[in-house]
Design a protein around this ligand. Structure first.
Ligand code: GTP
Ligand code: SPV
Ligand code: MN
Length: 631
């Protein structure tokens, strides 16, 4: 008898009344059929066919506040913004439970977990049978990329998580207009999601964060209709299926087949003091700096950065031989800890309203806080574990290390004016980077496209809290795509090589490739040597310069065994920076003994990729080895 029950009745329908509504919702026979099948399998109480409106969004949020999933933040401080605290067992992507279900195991490649599609489907059918009992099933049509854009892709997420819905609404173009496109084309990627916690007893109160101990994130890449089925988790990349599941895993397979690329990359637009523009895309592993670079606020006078995207890039070769990049998303699902007015003022400004915060701390005045947000911690707060928290030893972190904000991209003060251009932006340089305490210099330019592909193939990075497992361990993460390549990693590397040779204009307009590392630590364990964040503009300036310099060495650049590296004294403009000449020497000198150790890891990595590693990549290994080991 609550007012919520009345509100709910207005927009969702009882399953018995669904038939009358389906035809009004969509013309797509495919979508109608899939909704019916999903209802029959999952057995929800009600079905909510979403239109994406503000009213609908407000209604879902009211419902979630009512049942404890969301807390509304102080509207005077942060209008229309909410805090969610997840189950402590559901805080990150679950790579161990993520599967590529290709017909042939070899097509999933050793970097993925593989499962036989028929066996996995049978297991999922059992798990999903009645998985939405007592709940509302939401049907969310979305577009990855601007609606109607030539390279945009439609999807529909069916989910029993209202939290997933309000996130999908920020991260994708969700609702009526996306559905109109689906109606027109009768084509979309089906993405089925359940948190796996049915309310089987009538009147059972819902938990604030329903989820299951058993989690499965599955991708049927070879099916006639490639699709996604995700079970057991409400968190980020496990539950916002348009993001990693669709725009990377499913899309990477389509991209390979169709001659384009789906990459875990930020996209930025860099303007020099003279007004010359370059576009840069960059792949760094999860929680290794994409959002921060995408929104960088340069501390080098006269330079300007604008943001096109912070996590995913779809790249297509243009007739001019350049690669054109679009951001298929419409929001940021960014790492909260470490984000501050100092490190990333543009992210902080993006968060002023209309956001969802997950697993951060709640302050006494109804606002949010996380480690690194301010110099001084609040005197007290409520931690992400819903406990009384004070900045004292033994309290643990107030915010989970993988706590996140979900914010509309349009709220970023430096969002590029053309960020939604369906044609994309032409990429001049690729940056790739890992979190490396030692060995890898601040920046190095690849000697060729093939060398750049090798650099991407052998990327090593310390693990972070973005995925379950122990953080800080060095692991291979090719092109920051280890958890996201939807097919065999050797084939993926071959595709990168092919993109180089198939480009028009003989490949001469391809982006230049650079490796960067913001994360060198003093003696390998101490504080960060390089100030990072806004000061990374010093590296962007050199990259810009190198894009215009051609491939030859120049006065600011030394050619080393591992690539073209800025000279420690003259290479980078470090005016006004608090870094000593010794520190610059340390992070710009190639230590051959250290690189010999890395070569062993490269070898292990390539061997672990199996027998489809392209010969050209192996040749690059031999070439690097002989450069590193020669005097
Ligand atoms: P995903 O959203 O997981 O794909 O991550 P991301 O690559 O966008 O990472 P993000 O920019 O959110 O950065 C992750 C963490 O690294 C945050 O805590 C940042 O504060 C920190 N970080 C980012 N850039 C730098 C940098 O230049 N130097 C240092 N020391 N830390 C950085
Ligand atoms: C990542 O882990 O790379 C993310 C966050 O961007 S998630 O959406 O959870 O994958
Ligand atoms: Mn990411």
């Amino acid at each position: 008898g609550s007012s919520w029950a009345l509100a709910r009745a207005a927009s969702s329908v009882a399953v018995a009344d669904l038939e009358g509504e389906l035809g009004k919702f969509t013309k797509s026979a495919k979508l109608q059929k899939w909704i019916r099948e999903s209802v029959a399998l999952c057995k929800p109480d009600r079905v909510h066919l979403l239109d994406g409106s503000e009213e609908e969004d407000a209604e879902l949020k009211r419902h979630m506040v009512h049942n404890g999933t969301l807390i509304q933040l102080n509207p005077e401080k942060r209008p229309n913004s909410y805090l969610a605290r997840s189950s402590p067992k559901d805080v990150a992507r679950v790579e161990q439970c993520t599967f590529i279900c290709s017909n042939d195991e070899a097509d999933a490649g050793p970097t993925n977990n593989w499962a036989d599609p028929k066996e996995m489907q049978a297991r999922l059918d059992t798990l999903f049978d009645g998985s939405m009992k007592g709940r509302t099933m939401y049907v969310a049509p979305y577009s990855m990329g601007p609606i109607g854009g030539a390279s945009s892709k439609s999807g529909v997420q069916i989910t029993d998580s209202a939290y997933a819905v309000v996130n999908v609404r920020i991260m994708t173009r969700m609702g009526k207009q996306a559905l109109a496109k689906i109606d027109e084309e009768d084509r979309f990627t089906p993405a089925l999601h359940s948190v796996g916690e049915p309310l089987t007893e009538a009147g059972t109160p819902d938990s604030a964060w329903p989820c299951s101990d058993e989690k499965l994130i599955t991708h049927f890449t070879d099916a006639e209709e490639p699709h996604i089925i995700s079970y057991g988790s409400g968190y980020g990349g496990n539950a916002i299926l348009g993001k990693k599941c669709h725009a990377l895993r499913i899309a990477s397979v389509q991209a390979r087949n169709e001659g384009w690329m789906a990459e875990h990359m930020l996209i930025l637009r860099l303007t020099s003091p003279e007004g010359e523009v370059k576009h840069i895309a960059g792949c760094f592993p999860s929680a290794c700096g994409k959002t921060n670079l995408a929104m960088l606020s340069p501390d080098l006078p006269g330079w300007k950065v604008e943001c096109v995207g912070d996590d995913i890039a779809w790249l297509r070769p243009g007739p001019d031989g350049r690669l054109w990049a679009t951001n298929p998303e419409s929001g940021f699902f960014g790492v909260a800890p470490g984000t501050s007015a100092k490190t990333n003022p543009n992210a902080m400004d993006s968060l002023h309203a209309n956001c969802i915060f997950t697993n951060v701390a709640l302050t006494d005045d109804g606002d949010i806080w996380w480690e690194g947000m301010t110099k001084e911690a609040p005197e007290r707060a409520t931690s992400w574990l819903r406990r009384d928290w004070r900045p004292e030893a033994g309290m643990g972190a107030a915010a989970h290390p993988n706590s996140r904000f979900t914010a509309p991209a349009s709220q970023c003060p430096i969002i590029a004016s053309n960020w939604e251009d369906p044609a994309g932006v032409p990429i001049d340089a690729f940056l790739m980077g890992g979190r490396r305490a030692t060995t890898v210099p601040l920046v190095a330019q690849a000697l060729s496209w093939e060398h750049g592909v090798y650099m991407g193939a052998t990327m090593l990075s310390q693990t972070t809290a973005a995925a379950e497992g122990k953080p800080g361990e060095l692991r291979s993460d090719p092109f920051a795509m280890k958890p996201f390549i939807g097919y065999n990693v050797g084939d993926y590397l071959q595709h990168w090589l092919d993109m180089g040779t198939s480009a028009a204009e003989g490949g001469k307009n391809l982006p230049k490739m650079f490796f960067v590392n913001w994360f060198r630590q003093e003696n390998g364990t101490g504080g960060f040597v390089w100030p990072g964040f806004g000061s990374n503009s010093r590296v962007l300036e050199w990259v810009f310069h190198r894009c215009n310099a051609g491939d030859a060495p120049d006065a600011r650049t030394n050619t080393t065994a591992v690539g073209h590296v800025p000279d420690a004294k003259t290479g980078l403009d470090v005016s006004g920076l608090d870094v000593t000449p010794e520190a610059m020497e340390e992070i710009l000198t190639v230590d051959k003994a250290a690189w010999e150790r890395d070569l062993h890891l490269h070898k292990e990595t390539l061997d672990s990729f199996g027998d489809r590693v392209p010969a050209a990549v192996r040749e690059q290994f031999e070439a690097l080895k002989s450069r590193v080991t020669s005097a």
